[in-house]
Design a protein around this ligand. Structure first.
Ligand SMILES: [Fe+2]
Length: 288
């Protein structure tokens, strides 16, 4: 292998040493990164001094990327970053924090719930790559929970129950959980639910995992309260501490994760201190 990977925490995260991602990589390095992702689902690369262009070039070497168009409440004239980046900051296009009651800010608070990126899209995300540009003096960790081991830990009765189930995912469901339901007719149309299987199979490893996300709001053919209660129970069981890796950020960290087999969220315990991370997302290959 061209570089080394050391497991950190439970077996879902690996810290990579001996690679500079700002330079073009050999095919053998790319293959080793995919293999590392298959094993761990989260890879951490410290001290990567990326420009936006270098982060984009590295991401594109892993596969086609998703564009951040129409997925937030930012208008077309309202983007702070190019649409190749998902803006996960609380800043407007002039780099000023949104007002407390700004709808764009309130909508983005949905990222504080366990989710899988873009599970609300017909073809959801494969990898997300987040690079730390500035971080708060303390806190602001991102937590990851392994949906493969969470699935394995279920009893057989539950596995049989959920195997055929199909959920609907929408950003309106995740926001509704936080009491944000004020959507315009245009937004309701844009955020209309998509269907995803509740149990998915990883296309490379063949491992089954739970496909949970705060965006999941209904189960086809199930009464709503019963569906929501099951999704809540599964999420609670799947995010117990034994399945979780909590990443403490350092400036220059590039953390990439596989949305197909884990959920994540950002802890908000750093008050108003800036936390600036740039995310690019690799497109998934097929609907789930
Ligand atoms: Fe996310």
């Amino acid at each position: 292998m061209p570089f080394s990977i050391r497991q950190v925490g439970p077996c879902l995260a690996g810290e990579v040493d001996g690679i500079d991602l700002t330079k073009p990589l050999a095919a053998e390095d790319i293959a080793a990164i995919h293999a590392g992702m298959d094993r761990y689902a989260v890879l951490i690369f410290h001290d990567q001094k990326f420009t936006d262009e270098q982060q984009l070039a590295f991401t594109q070497s892993l596969g086609p990327i998703e564009l951040a168009i129409g997925t937030s409440l930012r208008g077309a004239q309202d983007h702070r970053l190019p649409t190749t980046f998902a803006d996960v900051s609380n800043l407007d296009r002039d780099n000023k924090p949104f007002a407390r009651d700004d709808r764009r800010r309130l909508f983005a608070i949905g990222n504080r719930l366990w989710h899988s990126d873009s599970s609300f899209k017909v073809v959801p995300a494969k990898y997300s790559l987040l690079h730390a540009r500035s971080i708060p003096s303390k806190g602001g960790n991102t937590e990851f929970a392994d949906m493969r081991t969470a699935y394995t830990a279920l009893d057989q009765e539950t596995k049989d129950l959920i195997e055929p189930l199909i959920c609907e995912h929408s950003q309106m469901f995740s926001r509704a959980k936080l009491g944000f339901t004020d959507f315009t007719p245009e937004e309701r149309e844009r955020f209309k639910p998509v269907r995803q299987r509740l149990v998915r199979v990883h296309p490379r490893t063949g491992r089954k995992s739970l496909y949970l996300s705060s965006h999941a709001g209904t189960i086809l053919g199930w009464p709503d309260p019963e569906a929501k209660a099951l999704l809540m129970d599964l999420t609670e069981a799947a995010t117990q501490r034994e399945f979780v890796y909590s990443h403490k950020w350092r400036v220059g960290d590039l953390v990439m994760w596989d949305n197909r087999c884990l959920v994540h969220y950002a802890i908000h315990d750093h008050g108003d201190e800036p936390r600036l991370l740039h995310r690019i997302t690799v497109l998934g290959e097929i609907p789930v």
